[in-house]
Design a protein around this ligand. Structure first.
Ligand code: SF4
Ligand code: SF4
Length: 339
């Protein structure tokens, strides 16, 4: 079943919900009556306009309930400042975006706990990570549905199943370990000295210097890239201390370690809708780079992401993020036996 892929094209509006429903009923699954099933998803940062609306998660809940399972949805808290930095803020954001218990008819959970401490170290044994630290939700669920919104991403080129599992399941410390090599580089000619990067920097690394321009402390920067994504003048670029491929390898290693824990008791669904240039983590209205392309289901994160790219086409991602060789995620995944 590992490399099996299920595809459904999409219509407009509510047709996409019935398309998802057809996919779910077509895919073999490992779930049994009475199973506690976690649905991993991303409910969007406050101010983001292209996150996946909750009606798709609700359809998965309906499907799981028909199977006699007990579903819940979950995400984890994030590294950067914003509306999901701690559990209680994140739940408020979820509810504001429609991901409420009342609408979904199931619990909504921050998997690493309201204080970010419900985490566990699991074995990895790869080039960069011997272990990875992730939300300990494995203990609280018999199975998982990984529902990933497929779109662009300024650091990884695209964000799909690999990223949803990896960054989306990692503890805040593990998120930092993955991001640690990215630093902002200022193009002064473009900078309006607005100070936004200083205001949103979660670590105090960004400060206004004597010349009125921001400066970024190498020691304090945690590489969250928030300043780069939110700068209104596009005056900041990512400057990698190491090759950008190292970040992608760390992303893949974390996903692979998690996948070892849940393989055989999880199904994956990629939703190729609202295919924006940027991640759901970034506030703002980001350009749509490709038309809706339906859903892909499967049993291996690398395979479903490869299939999603094949369905959408490579060009939108190459054009949106020309400096990111996102294909490295696939080749490295194969190298470490993840695909
Ligand atoms: S957010 Fe951008 S434009 Fe504003 S101060 Fe920072 S680098 Fe300059
Ligand atoms: S300076 Fe570093 S820590 Fe601060 S927002 Fe930018 S990337 Fe994040």
């Amino acid at each position: 079943m590992k490399g099996t892929i299920y595809r459904q094209c999409v219509g407009l509006g509510n047709e996409s919900v019935s398309t998802l429903k057809r996919l779910l009923h077509e895919m073999p699954h490992p779930f049994r009556k009475g199973d506690n099933i976690g649905i991993k998803l991303h409910w969007g940062e406050k101010g983001n306009h292209t996150f996946l609306p909750p009606l798709f998660a609700r359809e998965i809940v309906v499907w799981l309930r028909e199977l006699g399972a007990m579903p819940f949805v979950f995400d984890t808290s994030v590294l950067y400042s914003g509306s999901r930095r701690n559990g209680s803020d994140s739940l408020k954001t979820a509810a504001a975006h429609g991901y409420s218990e009342a609408y979904l008819d199931c619990p909504v959970v921050v998997a690493d706990g309201l204080d970010g401490r419900a985490v566990i170290d699991i074995p990895a044994g790869y080039r960069h990570f011997e272990t990875v630290q992730v939300a300990d939700i494995f203990k609280r669920a018999s199975g998982f549905v990984i529902l990933s919104h497929f779109k662009g991403h300024m650091v990884s080129g695209f964000g799909g199943a690999i990223k949803n599992i990896s960054m989306g399941w990692a503890s805040r410390a593990q998120k930092q370990r993955m991001h640690s090599d990215a630093r902002p580089r200022l193009e002064k000619n473009s900078c309006s000295q607005c100070g936004l990067c200083v205001d949103i920097c979660p670590s105090g690394a960004a400060q206004i210097a004597a010349d009125g321009y921001p400066d970024y402390s190498q020691e304090l920067c945690i590489g969250c890239a928030q300043c780069i994504g939110l700068c209104p003048e596009l005056a900041l670029e990512i400057c990698w201390n190491t090759d950008i491929n190292v970040f992608q390898e760390k992303l893949v290693e974390t996903a692979a370690a998690i996948w070892k824990q849940i393989q055989g008791r999880a199904v994956l669904v990629n939703a190729m809708l609202n295919i924006a240039s940027e991640c759901d983590c970034l506030p703002g209205q980001h350009p749509i780079i490709a038309p809706d392309a339906g859903f892909v289901g499967g049993y291996n994160p690398v395979s479903v992401d490869v299939e999603s790219i094949n369905r959408i086409g490579k060009e939108p991602f190459i054009k949106a993020h020309p400096h990111v060789d996102w294909k490295h995620q696939f080749s490295y995944g194969r190298e470490i036996g993840f695909a």
